[in-house]
Design a protein around this ligand. Structure first.
Ligand code: PMP
Length: 392
């Protein structure tokens, strides 16, 4: 029982009163009832501890309830939560100045939103106003949000005259698919030759997750015209952003734009402390070291098991693609994927799933995980895979 409610009652409320879609995206036959988190750990209502390697889809960046971020929220809670952007308030200006210092020229003008969908909507609007073009090209299997227009971006487009290509630099939901060398550079060139502009969706890859760089595009020798951000920039607090060039921002002045919650003092105080915490805790370096270790060790399991087809990614944005066998490379069927996921969860580790056929396990933990956590996960994963192989 939790807060006077049994698990059965919670499930009944979930079925009757919550968005029915949430029943579809629940990964587990036996659901997890989470009520507390600290750094890379989550606890369910029975007190069972889980190592969280999914971080609410790469959203918890520095750690669940990180003490420094929690302290920043508490300080700001007592001062001011909200005011309109008609006034000047220090938190917004402090944050924009700080964030701009992490971005390469000419990406210096920041618009704050409350989510990734909102950031991508705004980016498309700005792109259309700036270029006068309409069409948008993106990648098959990519995800850019749940609003009407961003949902339209997940399909494959065959338009001839693009205005913008929207691209996460390693796909998340698509299953940690990486671009081949020079791909992005060539794609940007082709788009720009046709009068288009390029948008990098860094909602999952943002802020050091790829280990080698602060943002994903930085490993590809390109500078986008716009970058969209969300998720990890607030460590789980709703914050999103579009960053663009002064030139594009000047075109956007023609339009009217107002966002009640975007850039509110509380969100800015949180996002600002997330940036400081990332620096103080060296989360990017940790992503590089622990992520590389995880991938190297996972590659050994790939060599051992016929069903592990591929291990890929960068830093702590990792995909493990599961196949029927290495010869056919056909995706491991959904029942098999669910069975493994359930076993991994029962042994105390939460990971995600993605890919066009749902065949890729996704590992995108809070960036504070350690090598010991990786060893624990690998032991669990090894046991789950050998269990599946034995059952077959
Ligand atoms: N872009 C990417 C790459 C995402 O992964 C997501 C969310 N999964 C979004 C955009 C949309 O963000 P939000 O859910 O905050 O609207």
């Amino acid at each position: 029982e939790y807060k006077g409610m049994s698990k059965e009652q919670m499930m009944e409320i979930r079925k009757q009163n919550c968005n029915p879609m949430t029943m579809k995206i629940t990964y587990y036959k036996k659901p997890v009832f989470i009520h507390q988190g600290y750094m890379q750990w989550l606890w369910d209502v029975d007190g069972k501890r889980y190592l969280d390697l999914f971080a609410g889809v790469a959203t918890v960046s520095v750690g669940h309830c990180h003490p420094k971020v929690t302290a920043a929220i508490q300080r700001q809670l007592k001062k001011l939560w909200h005011t309109t952007n008609i006034y000047i308030h220090p938190e917004l200006h402090e944050y924009c100045d700080k964030l701009a210092s992490y971005l390469p020229d000419p990406l210096k003008v920041i618009y704050l939103t409350n989510s990734g969908s909102e950031a991508n909507e705004l980016a498309m609007l700005m792109a259309r106003l700036h270029t006068g073009n309409f069409d948008v090209i993106t990648f098959r299997g990519s995800y850019h949000g749940g609003s009407q227009q961003t949902m339209g971006l997940t399909a494959n487009s065959s338009c001839k005259f693009p205005i913008a290509t929207s691209s996460g630099c390693i796909h998340g939901l698509g299953g940690a698919v990486q671009y081949p060398k020079n791909y992005l550079k060539e794609a940007y060139k082709l788009v720009r030759q046709r009068g288009g502009i390029c948008i990098a969706d860094e909602v999952q890859t943002g802020f050091g997750r790829t280990g080698s760089h602060f943002l994903g595009f930085q490993g590809h020798d390109v500078i986008p015209d716009m970058v969209t951000m969300a998720k990890g920039i607030g460590n789980g607090f709703p914050v999103g952003a579009v960053v663009t060039t002064p030139e594009i921002a000047a075109s956007f002045v023609k339009a009217s734009h107002f966002n009640t919650f975007g850039g509110n003092p509380l969100a800015c105080a949180v996002a600002s402390s997330v940036l400081d915490t990332m620096r103080e805790d060296s989360t990017q370096q940790n992503s590089l070291h622990v992520g590389t270790y995880l991938m190297t060790q996972m590659a050994k399991l790939r060599d051992k098991y016929e069903v592990i087809g591929d291990v890929r990614g960068k830093g702590l944005q990792i995909g493990v693609e599961m196949v029927k066998d290495k010869g056919s490379r056909e995706p491991l069927p959904p029942e098999a994927m669910s069975g493994i996921l359930e076993d991994v969860k029962d042994m105390g580790v939460l990971i995600g799933k993605g890919g066009v056929h749902g065949q890729t396990f996704r590992i995108q933990p809070p960036m504070c995980i350690t090598r010991e956590d990786v060893d624990f996960f690998l032991a669990v994963f090894n046991k789950a895979i050998s269990g599946y192989t034995d059952r077959k």
